[in-house]
Design a protein around this ligand. Structure first.
Ligand code: SF4
Length: 473
C-alpha cells in the first residue's frame, strides 16, 4: 500500500487511526483533524505562491522546480514543495510551511515531514545535499504590496534531518507493515488511559462499549486515576465515588449521578455581585491569515472584522438594544473600534464567553491604536466571563463535561440553536468574510452579509438568554 507524507504524519500521531482511514474509509470519522489538515494545506499553497514569486525573480530560477514527486517501489509517495538542482547534480529540498517558525512539537514536527521527503528522494536515487523549511517571518509587518523577501524565512535543517533519519526509516518500515495488515485489534486503542483532550474522532469507533457519559467526562482527570478506574473496569460514572475525585470533578460527578444540574449558589452569587448595569454582551469575529491581508498586520495575527453587542440597560429591561458592525473591506479595525465607542458607555460590565479571546483582541487593538487604548483597556477591566459560571457554579452533565457555549446553549435555551444557519461557527464566519470583501455588490453579497450578521447576533443573544437563566436561579 502507498504511504504519503500526510499519511505518515497521521501514522506518527496515531497508527490505528491511519489504518482505519486506509482500510475502512466509510467508518473513518472525518472530523476536526481533517478540517485542520485542509486549512494547513490551503495556507501552504498561499505561501507557496510568494515563494514562487521570490524564486522566479531571482537569477537562478531555472534551477528550481515545484511540486516534484518522488515515488518509491516500496510505496513511499512524497511531493516536495520545491527542489533546487545544484551544479553537481545534487538537489536541495524545500518544505514550504505557513507557520512563523520551524515547528518541532509532538503534534506536528516539521523536521519529520522534511525527513520523510528526504528519505523518499534518496530512495529514488537523488543525492540530497541540503534541506530547508521555508516559513513565514513572524516579525514581518505588511506595508503595501507583500514583500516576499521580507515575508519568508529559509531555515536550513539538514543536520536536524540527518540526526533523525534512522529513527524515521524504522518508523516508515513499521507504518508500511501496519498498512499491509488486513486486520488489527479494533477492540480498543491506546488513548484509553488518556484524558478526553487527547482523543481523536476515532475514539468511539475503537471503544464501542464505553458508556456516554463516562469517566472521560470528569474534567482534568489524571492518567493515574484513569488507570485505576479502567483497571477495575469502572467506566460508568455511577460506579465512581465522590470521595475518589477532586472537588471540580465531584461537581460533574454529582450531576451525572443525580441526572440533574448541580448549583453552587454562593459561587453563582459571587459572580453576579460583580455584574454592573448597563450590561454589554460583546462578541468579536476575527480573521487570521498566513499572509497578512492588510497593512500593519503580521503573519497569522487575527484581525477583528465584526462585532455584535446586546445591551441590557437595567435588570428589568425588556427591550434589549442590539448594535452590530461588519467591515466591508480588509483593514485594521479602527473604524470598528470607533463604532464601539459610540455604543459602549463608560460604566457597566462587558460580558463575553471565553473572554480571554475578546481581551486578547482588545490588547492588540490598544497597541495598534494608542489613541483608543484608554477605551479598550477599560473594556478589559470591566469584562466578566460568562463561561466561568459553568466551570465553578453551575454544572450539568448534559453539557458533557464541557463549558463551550455550543454545549450549554441547547440545554439552557433549547429554542435557540445554530443548526441550519448558513454561517454557523467562527470558521464559517472567517471564510464568509474572505469572500465578502472581494464580492461585487448585489443580491449574493447582501445575503452573505445578512447571514454573517445573523450568526454573530445569535452569539450575543445566546449570552443574554443564558445570563437571564442564571440570574433567575
Ligand atoms: S483515540 Fe484511539 S484512534 Fe484516536 S488517536 Fe487516540 S489511540 Fe488513536
Amino acid at each position: 500500500m502507498q504511504i504519503s507524507k500526510t499519511d505518515f504524519i497521521q501514522y506518527l500521531h496515531c497508527p490505528k487511526s491511519l489504518w482505519l482511514l486506509k482500510h475502512k474509509p466509510d467508518d473513518y470519522p472525518h472530523g476536526e483533524f481533517s478540517d485542520y489538515a485542509k486549512k494547513l494545506a490551503a495556507e501552504g499553497y498561499e505561501v507557496e505562491a510568494y515563494v514562487r514569486q521570490l524564486i522566479e525573480a531571482g537569477e537562478d530560477a531555472a534551477h528550481f522546480s515545484f511540486q516534484t514527486v518522488f515515488q518509491t517501489d516500496r510505496g513511499l509517495y512524497a511531493k516536495a514543495d520545491m527542489v533546487r538542482t545544484n551544479e553537481d547534480g545534487s538537489v536541495n529540498l524545500y518544505e514550504i510551511k505557513s507557520s512563523t517558525r520551524v515547528k518541532t512539537d509532538a503534534q506536528h514536527n516539521q523536521i519529520k515531514d522534511a525527513c520523510f521527503q528526504t528519505i523518499a528522494a534518496e530512495e529514488v536515487g537523488q543525492n540530497v545535499r541540503d534541506v530547508f523549511i521555508v516559513h513565514l517571518n513572524g516579525d514581518y509587518v505588511r506595508d503595501g504590496d507583500v514583500d516576499p523577501q521580507a515575508l519568508l524565512t529559509f531555515s536550513k535543517v539538514t543536520s536536524d534531518v540527518r540526526d533523525i533519519a534512522e529513527e524515521i526509516r524504522a518508523e516508515i518500515d513499521q507504518a508500511l507493515v501496519l498498512l499491509d495488515a488486513t486486520e488489527i485489534d479494533e477492540s480498543s486503542c491506546s488513548c484509553l488511559t488518556l484524558s478526553k483532550a487527547n482523543h481523536c474522532d476515532s475514539f468511539a469507533y475503537f471503544n464501542k462499549d464505553i458508556p456516554n457519559p463516562s469517566i472521560y467526562n470528569l474534567p482534568r482527570i489524571s492518567k493515574a486515576k484513569l488507570e485505576t478506574f479502567i483497571g477495575e473496569g469502572r467506566f460508568d460514572l455511577d460506579e465512581i465515588g465522590l470521595d475518589e475525585v477532586t472537588d471540580k470533578q465531584a461537581f460533574v460527578l454529582r450531576s451525572a449521578q443525580l441526572k440533574a444540574p448541580v448549583i453552587d449558589h454562593a459561587a453563582l452569587s459571587s459572580w453576579f455581585s460583580k455584574a454592573e448595569y448597563p450590561l454589554y454582551f460583546l462578541d468579536y469575529e476575527t480573521y487570521a491569515s498566513a499572509v497578512p491581508i492588510v497593512d500593519g498586520a503580521r503573519p497569522q495575527s487575527p484581525i477583528p472584522f465584526q462585532y455584535s453587542l446586546h445591551v441590557k440597560r437595567t435588570p428589568d429591561d425588556l427591550e434589549l438594544v442590539h448594535v452590530e458592525y461588519l467591515a466591508d473591506e480588509a483593514a485594521l479595525p479602527r473604524a470598528m473600534v470607533e463604532h464601539m465607542q459610540q455604543h459602549i458607555g463608560p460604566t457597566g460590565s462587558v460580558i463575553s464567553w471565553h473572554a480571554s479571546f475578546e481581551n486578547t483582541q482588545n490588547k492588540t487593538m490598544a497597541k495598534q491604536f494608542p489613541d483608543k487604548a484608554e477605551f479598550l483597556n477599560s473594556l478589559i477591566d470591566r469584562t466578566l466571563d460568562l463561561e466561568d459560571i459553568f466551570a465553578a457554579a453551575y454544572v450539568d452533565i448534559a453539557f458533557g463535561g464541557s463549558t463551550s457555549i455550543k454545549k450549554v446553549l441547547p440545554v439552557l435555551a433549547s429554542d435557540l440553536n445554530y443548526a441550519g444557519m448558513a454561517v454557523a461557527n467562527g470558521t464559517d464566519a472567517m471564510e464568509a468574510w474572505k469572500r465578502l470583501i472581494v464580492m461585487a455588490a448585489g443580491e449574493d453579497r447582501d445575503r452573505l452579509r445578512a447571514d454573517m450578521l445573523e450568526y454573530c447576533k445569535l452569539d450575543t443573544y445566546a449570552m443574554v438568554r443564558i445570563f437571564e437563566e442564571m440570574e433567575r436561579i
